[in-house]
Design a protein around this ligand. Sequence first.
Ligand code: FAD
Length: 317
Amino acid sequence: MKVTDHIAQANKTLISFEVLPPLKGKSITSIYDHLDPLMEFKPSWINVTYHRSETMFKKKLDGSFEKVDVRKRPGTVGICAAIMNHYQVDAVPHMICGGFSRRETEDALIDLNFLGIDNVLVLRGDAAKNEAAFEPEPDGNRYAIDLLKQVASLNSGIYIDEDILNGGKTRFCIGVAGYPEKHFEAPNLNIDLKRLKEKVDAGAEYIMTQMFFDNSKYFAFVDACRLAGINVPIIPGLKPLTNKKQLSILPRIFHVDLPTELSEEIMKCKNDAECEIVGTEWMIQQSKELKQNGVPVLHYYTLGKPKVIWNVVSKLV
Ligand code: FAD
C-alpha cells in the first residue's frame, strides 16, 4: 500500500521506522532481531536506506595499493522484499542518484515493481568519500528531482529504451527529503524550499524530514512550506541522542543544531547509559508535542538502537 494511502486512511498519528541494510556478511536475521521488538507498535511501513560503493585503497603484498570499490551495505531491494514477506508490512526502499547509472536505476525499479513494492523515497545521496562534492555517474542522475522524474516516467510506462512501446506502468508513490534546518549546500532556506517545491511539482507525494531536535524548527519549516505552496504531508524524521560524541558528529555530518538545554544535559552525563536516558526523555517529549500538533506520522531512525526507540514509542501509545 502507498504511504499516502496509509496517511489518508489513518485516524491517528502513524508510526514508521527506518533501518540500514546489515554490513556485508551479516544475515537477514540481524534485521529481524532489530525489528522484532518494534513490530508490536504496528508500524505502517519500514524504510530501508540505500548505500553507494566506497572507493578504498587496499595494500597489496608488494607494498603497492590497489583501488577497489566496496559496497559495505548491499541488499536494499532484497531486504525490502524480506521485510514485506516476514512481517506483512510495507517496505519503503530509498533510491539514490550517487553511484548509479540511469539504466541501473531503471533495473532496480523494475525489480521493486515485480516484488510488489509500491513506494520509493528518492534522494540524491552524498558525495563519495573520496570526492569533495557530489558527482553523478556519467550517465546517472544529478539531483533527486532527476531521479524522481525517472520514476515518474516509469509510472507512465516510459522506459529509457525508446523502442519499448506501451511499456508496463509502475505505480510508485514517491517521497522526497526535506530539511527543516536547510540542506547544507543550499545558499539559503528560501532557495532550498524552491527546490523542494520543484520536487513536489514534479510528482513527490510527501516529504520526509532530516532529523531535528527542536520542534519549533519543524513547525516553522511546515509553515514555510505551506506559504511556498507545498501542500503534501511532511513527515518528521526523529532520532534520539545516545552518546556524547553525537554532540559534534550530528552537526558535522547531518548539519543540524542541537538545543542548548539538551546539549548541556548530555554534557553532564558520566557515561553512554546516562546519555541514553537523557536522549530518550527528550525524544519522548518531542514526539508527544509533535503528536499533539497532529503530525501525520512519527518516523524513527532506528539506526542500531531498537531498544531506545522501543523506550520512546512505548510511552506514546
Ligand atoms: P536534492 O534534492 O537533489 O538536493 C541537493 C542539493 O541540491 C540541495 O542543496 C538543493 O537545494 C540543491 N538542488 C536541488 N535541485 C537543484 C537544481 N536543479 N539546481 C541546483 N541545485 C539544486 N543518503 C543516502 O546515501 N542513502 C539514503 O538512504 C539516504 N536517506 C535519507 C533519508 C532522509 C529522510 C534524508 C533527509 C536524507 C537521506 N540521505 C540518504 C541523505 C541525502 O542523500 C543527502 O542529504 C543529500 O546530500 C541530499 O539529498 P536530496 O535528495 O535532498 O538532494
